[in-house]
Design a protein around this ligand. Structure first.
Ligand SMILES: [Zn+2]
Length: 93
């Protein structure tokens, strides 16, 4: 599972994060709080399109937190995708 994403994990970004995935994890927090810039949101979206581990873990987290807090209005995924992830979460609960 890791072999395909080795490149992204080994790269150290100029921002001081250990990997792009670490940076994306930080961006996720900003987005959940509604504090991410549009530039940061597009970085996040671009990354998770290429990084399946981030896509799965971060979107589940985001959806869960969004559902719990109820303040997440700006859903960054297509509604159909959000619904399918929601369905998968509910299946495992
Ligand atoms: Zn990643």
């Amino acid at each position: 599972m890791e072999s395909k994403f080795t490149e992204a994990h080994q790269r150290v970004s100029e921002d001081g994060y250990e990997s792009e995935c670490d940076k994306v994890a930080h961006l996720l927090d900003l987005m959940i709080d509604g504090e991410a810039s549009s530039e940061e949101q597009s970085y996040f979206n671009t990354h998770i399109e290429e990084c399946i581990p981030c896509f799965e873990s971060h979107h589940k987290q985001k959806l869960l937190k969004g559902l719990v807090s109820g303040h997440l209005k700006r859903v960054i995924v297509p509604e159909s995708l959000a619904l399918s992830i929601k369905a998968r979460i509910q299946e495992t609960v």
